[in-house]
Design a protein around this ligand. Structure first.
Ligand code: DGT
Ligand code: MG
Ligand code: MG
Length: 257
């Protein structure tokens, strides 16, 4: 490109490189999803279609951006982990974060009908995004644990809250009943008053979704022979498991490399 007298404005771009040799986490979060979930008639407390759509978008992001090793999602948020050695966009925070969030939002819009065939998308969904760097493996694990604990606490509260409301009480009465209660109290309210054993609720709601690249048998048609060929590929796969304890990290040691 020819130089022009205007080119000097390029130097106003500030450097926003993430510290080298640290874990990078991009977290995206739905903007105003309290309203978005109401306008689009999400089931309460959890809408399986909405969760499946979020997971699909995250899988698509990970298929496109191969540097991402782990995704973790719950509610209207997703975190994407990039390893210490990652040099995507020379570690420029705004390039990384804006690419991931726009890819996610574009997929959310494009695939909406697949997951909500009977609900018209009323307005464009929007997500914010940030990059946070974590220096140690323990920091990264603690970050992911924080998000999973958040999922658990919110899900237990929301499950109990909506059980009370669905039993005929007002939202204010439900709030009142839950004020000051501990986890064990909510389990008890669910079990004794609403006949719900929290432990039997599906893991996807209690644990959120962690996406890692799993070895998967993939069948494709050979362009040469026209015959199906089987290959083992690493495919981003959502799991609904505990990521706080050691077993998950022991089973997948490559995730902390
Ligand atoms: P923000 O992030 O500051 O722009 O504000 P919001 O409104 O997105 O709030 P946030 O992110 O703290 O909370 C997520 C909201 O999304 C919360 O109001 C519950 C709603 N939501 C997420 N997933 C579901 C779902 O499966 N069902 C229902 N009914 N609501 C959901
Ligand atoms: Mg939000
Ligand atoms: Mg949120």
């Amino acid at each position: 490109m020819a130089n022009s007298k205007y080119e000097y404005t390029r130097h106003f771009e500030t450097v926003d490189k993430v510290l080298p040799n640290t874990w990078m986490v991009v977290r995206i979060d739905g903007r105003g999803f309290h309203r978005f979930s109401q306008e689009h008639e999400f089931a309460k407390p959890n809408d399986r279609r909405a969760i499946d759509l979020m997971n699909r978008c995250a899988v698509e992001v990970m298929m496109d951006i191969k540097d991402i090793t782990i995704g973790y999602g719950q509610s209207d948020e997703y975190s994407f982990v990039l390893p210490k050695s990652c040099n995507l966009y020379s570690r420029r925070a705004s390039k990384i974060s804006s690419t991931i969030v726009s890819l996610f939002a574009a997929n959310y819009t494009m695939r909406w009908n697949e997951y909500f065939p009977t609900v018209k998308l009323k307005y464009p969904p929007c997500f914010d995004s940030r990059v946070v760097c974590y220096p140690s493996d323990q920091n990264l694990r603690d970050y992911l644990s924080w998000r999973q604990v958040d999922c658990h606490i919110n899900n237990l509260y929301n499950t109990t809250f909506w059980a009370i409301v669905h039993s005929g009480k007002t939202e204010t009465a439900a709030e009142e009943e839950l004020r000051g209660t501990f986890s064990k109290d909510k389990h008890e309210i669910l079990f004794s008053k609403h006949n719900i054993n929290y432990n039997t609720i599906e893991e996807i709601y209690k644990k959120g979704s962690v996406i890692i690249r799993q070895k998967t048998k993939v069948t494709s048609i050979s362009p040469n022979t026209g015959e199906p060929v089987e290959r083992i590929k690493l495919v981003p796969t959502p799991l609904h498991v505990d990521i706080i304890g050691q077993p998950f990290w022991g089973e997948h040691p490559q995730l902390l490399k």
